[in-house]
Design a protein around this ligand. Sequence first.
Ligand code: PLP
Length: 522
Amino acid sequence: MTGQQFCDAAIGAVHEIEKYYNTLSERPVLPSIGPGYLQKLLPSEAPQEGEAWQDIARDIESKIMPGMTHWQSPKYMAFFSASSTYPGILGEMWSAALTVPAFNWICSPVVTELETVVLDWVADVLNLPSTFKSQGEGGGVIQGSASESIVVAVIAARERYVRNQVEREGITDPEEIEDRSCEIRTQLVALGSDQAHSSTKKAAIIAGTRFRSVTTQRSNNYSMTGKDLKAKLQEIEAKGLKPYYVTVSIGTTNTCAVDDMLSIAEVLKDYPEVWVHCDAAYAGSALVCPEYQELSRQMAFVDSFDFNMHKWLLTNFDASCMFVRKRHNLTAALGITPAYLKNDYTESGLVTDYRDWQIPLGRRFRSLKIWFVLRTWGVQGLRAHIRHHVNLGNLFASLIESRGDLFSIITPPAFALTVFTVNSTGKRKVQMEAATNGADPRPDQDRQVPVTPDVADGELEIANRHTKEVYDRIDQSKEFFLTSTVIGGVFAIRVVAANPLAEEKYVRRCFELLVQYAESVL
Ligand code: PLP
């Protein structure tokens, strides 16, 4: 492809992309094809001769689009959102154009330096404690995903624990250190609540340690409390095992629960060896708003914090922002410098080599898109974006509440997420006030939303069946994409109003469909 052909193709593609976004709401959000559809549409072998771009481009609509689940559609209200915006796309374009897998500072200094600058900006925008900024002992790094950040945190936690123990034992011979380190690792236990994302368990498996989960209570809106955690820590210690890591969450996947940071911090004062990682993958974006920043202040006790700008902060996948209080803990665990990676800048100690803060060696120029997004929206624009979605989420929750004869909310709406069930009968249920956590500053939870009391087993079975039927019908309609989940044996529907293209008319239409299906099921 020549430069001129590239210009023509790229301009054509940009127009097609703009048209795609403009007409996205008219497409079914879910595909109608079955497994293996593409094999039938594509040749069984790669072409022997090169093809013209026009022929390749034509296949986007005929071959690719039929297999798309349109995450950018305003009718996508499933899982959590995956933001895409024009400035984010431009960041990806420039990153692809420059393609520099800059693992060391010298590989392309701007890749490292822009990352350091924008992550310091982001730490400020979220009002995180200044210990997470690069000026002190901490700093930020862009990882590919929240799961990757958790793996990095777990490995850093494990190695910090082992290092300290070996030091205390006064072992100095390298082979003895290695042998003893292996023994210590076999006793280690990572923890997270039963609502923490599965990536904590996966990270513990990758780190080769045990994982234990802390049971949360419905009466606490599924938030982990210091009391719950303490009981588990004591149980682990009674077995002669050593807790070394815990995930606390701001916005769990099921219900966007926020763990009770103050009571957890109090308990962990007795466990200085335990690394605390805050997983705020989705809801962390809300900390751009001052009304959520009590949570930022509560982060003073955690060792690391991570949130995905690519979920809710207008930045294209992937942009998982991880902050650590002591960067030395990452580099001590993950830094290895063979001869071919040595250079004078690294030796000088004056530069950051982000390869030592992550699992892979090579890395993409991801800070560009964050820079573009921060500059395009500005802090005020980011706040308006989050508040728009929180308001849409609250609107949806109030619509669901208005039909207490059909639906019951499981936990109060949080961060634009509403979790609800279809009732077992068409009668309005007796409702009770939400058991809101007094320490929880989330403004969207200040609303005293009635939630249903626990129901008898027989009733629960019927409600589960009804909810599943309504969920299946929505799914089959392909007009909206929602997610279902099971929380404490309750089958529930989750609706997230946090898509960049979300609007009130789609929230209302989704509610109308739910009412229509629930009325026919009941
Ligand atoms: N943590 C939470 C709370 C999540 O909801 C998710 C995914 O939705 C993850 C972690 C994993 O995110 P990632 O896909 O970035 O690994």
